[in-house]
Design a protein around this ligand. Sequence first.
Ligand SMILES: [Zn+2]
Ligand SMILES: [Zn+2]
Length: 552
Amino acid sequence: MATTTDPASLDGAQLTRAQRAALPISADVARALAEQHGVCIRPLAMRRIDTTTGRVDIVPVPCGSTRADQCRPCAEKARRLRMAQCRQGWHLDTEPVTDRATPSEEHKELMAVRADLLAAYTECKTHGDEITCEQIADSVAEVDTELRALGVRGRLTPLDPPPKPVKRSTRRRQDALDLPRRPVEKRTLGRVFAGRYRPSTFLTLTLDSYGRVDNDGAAVDPDRYDYRRAARDAIHFPALVDRFWQNTRRCVGWDVQYFGTVEPQKRGAPHFHAAIRGAIPRAELRAITAATYHQVWWPAHDQLLYAGSRLPLWDTRAKAFTDPDTGTPLPSWEQACEQLVEPAHVVRFGTQVHVKGILGGTEEANRHIRYLTKYLTKSVGQAAGLSEHATDSQRDHAHRLHAELQITPCSPRCPIWLLYGIQPQGARHSMTPGQCKGKAHKMEHLGIAGRRVLVSRKWSNKSLDDHRAERGEFVRQLLGQAGIQPSHGPQDGPYRWERPAPNDPDIPPRPLLLLHAVAERQRWKAEYAAAQLAIIGPPPPDPTPSAIEEAA
Ligand SMILES: [Zn+2]
Ligand SMILES: [Zn+2]
């Protein structure tokens, strides 16, 4: 069954109001049943056409949400996949191999086409031929999709090269000078102790204190809690974590790999948990953490220059935002950055560093994997405890932090810069001063806008899709060994998928679709159980009892 993350699969979208009213009980029952069986509760009905036999089926495609409040079964499935990914890389005892496929003729041809298009684009751009430029951009996007489908990874040259970064003086280098620096060896595995133990590491990094908080994480004295620093630290936390791994590799001298998650603490500040492959001495990790910092070389943004109804105005002729009183254009991003003498902000970790050595295959390792992935099905706000049970002071605290985040720029392109009298990068007339759509500013995210799961490149050498396919393959092989023919398998198809219109007569109402999925699921589980019974052989390659859950 294919998966999708199409956001269009809205609850009850397939039903008319009359149908919905007529089905109140059965809809609830079907939904509860689906949830109980781990089947997506808001699937998208897709028309699947077997292009060999011509057979047409309406198939419920899971919504693929990672949020339990949207779809618990899908979110749980995604979390279990992350657990499998974490488990596979943590205690590897052989180097993961990267075999790069040699480029095929098809690859080379497409790359040549792409190079020609790129040249044509540059040509048209210098002549100001915007319409042709747009057409070429569309073609390049198509070629890129094809290249990706053929398995090409890595960065493809962008049509418009980003502006050259401002040359930094050596003063701006962020080397952690007080750490030893070793050449980084090409290995990702840790040491073996006593000839057989290969311990790995569990690490937790937190941010500094911004003021005292109560047991629920709310500021004891909100007027003295440093919300500004809290907001900026949260926004720049991913860059700090990046810097930490760079320093770690240089300091320990090998290519350290990690599976990490960024989660909010109750006070709303992000912290970072990581499973690290191999053992690193506690004292060394502490020293690296203490020496790591990230400088934000942005213009100062401490004084709001514009607010309320007095805001910079777009001047069509100058193609720039201007002061509403004098009409003079505000400094551009580049201009504002030229004169910087100090960073606008510096982020560091707090003093609390938690390090623990963990042996692979132990209950302790499993417990830490569960802990690492525990909050992945929740939004940042929910994970920080901002539910309906939150106390008044918790809510006030979150609102204060949120208010600060609304005047904290999230990137060089953020329209909030206009409030500080600076034109953001790429300023254009459609920008509203102070209004940014970036996730960082939203209450739900509390400044934590980046990815929640950070996995280093050589962790397991598999993408999430590879892991997903692997789980499916495992079950298929098991069924094959037991001589059980799955009801539809690789011998069917190829399929063509169609998105039906909501009123198409062959689309069953949502409850029926759910019941269909539940039935399918039960049959699958029965097939799997039969296969397990039929085979008395090696146990599944993975210690989780829920292999079928992860595969299904
Ligand atoms: Zn779902
Ligand atoms: Zn922003």
